[in-house]
Design a protein around this ligand. Structure first.
Ligand code: OOG
Ligand code: NI
Length: 455
C-alpha cells in the first residue's frame, strides 16, 4: 500500500536490498553480527502521527493486537529547533523471539494541541473540535484488536479482517482538504497541518534497515535522489556501531485534492512524506548513553568553536572517547550483550572441569567457554528524530517561547496510552540478565552479574 502511495519508497527498498547483499558478499558471516540478512531485509519502522489522547489510546489498542507495546518517551517539542508540537513513543514487539518474527516498530506522535507555545486558546479549541469529530479507528477494528491481544492471536478469517481494517485505517484518503485551514496550520507548523489539517491519518514514512548506510547514501545520490545533508546519529568510524544511524531523502511534492476558499475543488500540492533508511548498532547501557550524549555535546561545542563538518568532527570525538572494540564496550559496561556457551564448550563437555565456585563472564570468555553477542538497539534517538522532522520542513513555523510549555513525561503519556510505557533499557537489561541465568544453569555454577545489568 505504501509503495503505491509513494513510489520512491520502492526504489529505496530496492537499493537497500542491493546494499545488504553487497555488504554480505564483502564481509561474509561477520556482516550478520547485528542481524541476519533475512531479518534485516524484512525489518521496517513506520511513523504515524495522531491528533488527540483518544486517538493515541486507540492506536495503542490496535498495536497491542499485533503484540506491539509502547517503548520510550520522546519529547520532540524541545529537541527540535523548528516548530514540532508532538510527543511520541514507539510501538514494537518487546521480546527477542517476537521481534525475530515481527521486526516492525511504529514511531507514533501525538499532537500537543494544549501547548500554548504553538496554539492559542482559540486555535486549540478549533483543532480539538476538528480532530474530535473524525473517526479513524472504527469499533470493529478495535474490537478485533482487543480480541487478538486477549487470545494472543486470531483465527484465520478474523486475522485477515483485522489486517485489512488496520491497513485501511492508515490509507491515504481523497477527501478534499480545506485549503484555508490547512495553510493556516502550516504557517504554525507543517507537522500540525499534517496531523490536524486533514480528516484522516496516514503513514508518514516506512523505513528499511541497511547494513551499510554510507553505501546506501552514495547509491541513492548516484541515482539522482537528493538526500538530506548528513547522516543523523553516530558518525562512520572504525569502531563498533552503536545505537542508530539514519538518513532520508527530502519530502516530495504530492498532489492532493483541496477545497479552496471560493468553494471550488481542485488539485493542490503538499509536502509531508519522505523516505528514510536506518542502520542499527549495539544497545548502550545508561552509562553508555551518558557517554554518547556527552560526545554529542562535545561535537556541538567543537563545531561552535571551530566550525567544520559535523560528521568529521564527531568522528574525532568518537576516536578520542569511545572504546574502539566490542570487547572494551562490554568490559566497561557501556553496552548490552547476551552470553552463551561456545559450541566447542558444549560439544566437549569441558564445563564439567570447572571448579565449584562463582565465575565471571570475563573468565569464562577467556577460557573459551562462553561467547558474548551484542544486543541490537531496537529504539530511537530524540535528537535524530528531531533532525529528521526538521530537515523535511519547508520552514521553521512559529512558536512563542514566552509561554510556558505543557508538561508531558513518560508517566503522563502512559496514562494516555493506557499501558505503562517502558524505558528501552529495561528490555535490554532483562535480556542480558536472562542469558546470564540460562548460562549459570548450563554450567551448573553461579555466574556473577555484569556491570551492564547492575545499572
Ligand atoms: C517521526 C520522526 C521520527 C525517526 O526515525 O526518528 C522517526 C515522524 O516524522 O513522524 O521516525
Ligand atoms: Ni523514522
Amino acid at each position: 500500500m505504501y509503495g503505491e502511495e509513494v513510489p520512491a519508497y520502492n526504489t529505496l527498498v530496492e537499493v537497500s536490498e542491493e546494499v545488504n547483499r553487497d555488504f554480505m558478499e564483502k564481509m561474509g558471516s561477520e556482516a550478520e553480527r547485528l542481524g541476519t540478512l533475512g531479518r534485516v531485509t524484512a525489518e521496517r519502522h513506520g511513523a504515524i502521527r495522531v491528533g488527540s489522547a483518544t486517538e493515541m489510546r486507540q492506536v495503542a489498542r490496535l498495536f497491542r493486537g499485533f503484540g506491539m507495546h509502547p517503548v520510550g518517551f520522546y519529547d520532540l517539542r524541545d529537541a527540535a529547533k523548528s516548530s514540532v508540537p508532538v510527543v511520541s513513543t514507539a510501538f514494537r514487539p518487546v521480546d527477542r523471539e517476537e521481534l525475530a518474527k515481527n521486526p516492525f516498530r511504529v514511531f507514533t506522535s501525538m499532537l500537543t494541541t494544549n501547548d500554548p507555545r504553538f496554539f492559542s486558546a482559540e486555535l486549540q479549541q478549533r483543532l480539538e473540535e476538528f480532530i474530535g469529530s473524525r473517526n479513524i479507528f472504527n469499533e470493529e477494528l478495535l474490537e478485533l484488536a482487543d480480541k487478538a491481544a486477549e487470545q494472543r492471536g486470531l483465527e484465520a478469517e478474523n486475522a485477515d479482517r483485522f489486517v485489512e481494517l488496520a491497513t485501511a485505517a492508515f490509507k491515504l484518503n481523497d477527501e478534499p482538504i480545506d485549503d484555508e485551514w490547512y495553510r493556516m496550520l502550516e504557517k504554525i507548523s507543517a507537522v500540525a497541518a499534517d496531523i490536524g489539517g486533514v480528516r484522516y491519518t496516514h503513514i508518514n514514512h516506512l523505513t528499511p534497515r541497511v547494513l551499510d548506510i554510507d553505501a546506501l547514501y552514495e547509491r541513492m545520490e548516484a541515482r539522482g535522489i537528493t538526500m538530506i545533508d548528513e547522516i543523523q546519529g553516530p558518525p562512520a568510524w572504525d569502531g563498533p556501531d552503536v545505537l542508530l544511524r539514519q538518513t532520508s531523502f527530502r519530502a516530495l511534492d504530492e498532489e492532493r485534492v483541496f477545497r479552496f476558499a471560493d468553494g471550488t475543488v481542485g488539485p493542490g500540492s503538499l509536502r509531508v512524506r519522505f523516505g528514510e533508511v536506518e542502520q542499527r548498532g549495539i544497545a548502550l547501557t545508561p552509562q553508555g548513553r551518558e557517554l554518547y550524549d556527552e560526545m554529542v555535546a562535545e561535537t556541538d561545542a567543537r563545531l561552535q568553536a571551530n566550525g567544520g563538518v559535523r560528521t568529521e568532527v564527531a568522528r574525532g570525538v568518537w576516536q578520542e572517547r569511545l572504546p574502539d572494540s566490542e570487547e572494551e564496550l562490554r568490559k566497561c559496561g557501556l553496552a548490552y550483550f547476551t552470553y552463551e556457551l561456545t559450541t566447542s564448550a558444549s560439544e566437549s563437555g569441558s564445563v564439567q572441569n570447572l571448579e565449584d565456585r562463582e565465575y565471571s563472564v570475563d573468565e569464562l570468555i577467556e577460557a573459551g567457554i562462553v561467547e558474548a553477542t551484542p544486543i541490537v538497539y531496537e529504539d530511537f534517538l530524540p535528537r535524530s528524530a528531531a533532525g529528521i522532522f526538521q530537515s523535511n520542513l519547508k520552514d521553521d513555523g512559529t512558536r512563542d517561547n514566552e509561554q510556558e510549555g505543557t508538561d508531558y513525561d513518560i508517566r503522563a503519556l502512559s496514562e494516555i496510552v493506557g499501558e505503562d510505557i517502558q524505558e528501552p533499557y529495561f528490555y535490554y537489561s532483562v535480556q542480558e540478565r536472562e542469558s546470564l541465568q540460562a548460562l549459570a544453569e548450563a554450567i551448573g555454577r553461579p555466574v556473577a552479574t555484569t556491570a551492564a545489568v547492575q545499572q
